[in-house]
Design a protein around this ligand. Structure first.
Ligand code: FES
Length: 213
């Protein structure tokens, strides 16, 4: 599939136990805009109109754009939820997940990250266990195929709704289905002495599409 196929993406909502995030609202607004534009195309018709409006439509398929060249995370940066609250060790039960972000600082506005928690025994090959703590692992939420948010879930499998890319969070977010060409990059995390999750560095690989596909 290609990015153009995203015109049919069900990107409008999170599924399963995913916690609400700023991206949920953003995608919903974008979906409304996309449908409005699609109605306009149907009304106006004609190849000229289609050609002129295709580019903006395609732009809506990529819901994350990194506008910052430096590291997203660095050693000691706290993980926070959509309200900016720091993540304590007891925040998630095993099997749960949450969309988190780097604690805001100049140059960083958005960097969606999937925080998951499983029994440590559930993790197999692929997950860098030195990057996990107390059953927590963190991966970029930006799909490595075309940049949509990996916002759905089937059992323990993380699912991107755009082209149904599937990632196994217990195996280093390895691709287990769909078109993505590489895993979701893992974020090294640890706990502070007062029990909050922080990064110990940046994502192990490039965030989003490209970067080795
Ligand atoms: S953007 Fe295509 S599978 Fe995620």
């Amino acid at each position: 599939m290609t990015g153009e196929d995203c015109e049919d993406c069900p990107c409008g909502g999170d599924g399963g136990p995913v916690q609400p995030s700023i991206y949920t609202d953003r995608r919903a607004r974008m979906e409304v805009q996309r449908r409005d534009i699609a109605k306009l195309l149907a009304t106006v018709g004609g190849l000229t109109a289609i050609a002129s409006l295709t580019a903006p439509l395609a732009g809506l398929t990529q819901v994350f754009e990194r506008g910052y060249n430096g590291p997203v995370y660095s050693d000691g940066v706290h993980l926070v939820d959509g309200e900016g609250e720091r993540i304590s060790e007891d925040r998630l039960a095993e099997g749960e997940q949450l969309t988190v972000f780097p604690e805001p600082r100049p140059g960083i506005e958005d960097a969606p990250t999937l925080l998951v928690r499983f029994p440590e025994s559930a993790y197999g090959g692929g997950t860098n266990m030195a990057y996990t703590v107390s059953g927590y692992a963190a991966y970029s939420k930006v799909c490595t195929h075309a940049g949509c948010m990996v916002s759905d879930r089937e059992g323990s499998t993380l699912v991107c709704p755009c082209h149904f890319g599937k990632f196994d969070p217990t195996a280093g977010a390895a691709v287990v289905g769909g078109p993505p060409g590489r895993p979701l990059p893992q974020l090294p995390i640890t706990l502070t002495s007062d029990g909050f999750l922080v990064a110990t560095g940046d994502f192990e690989a490039a965030v989003g599409p490209g970067g080795g596909e």
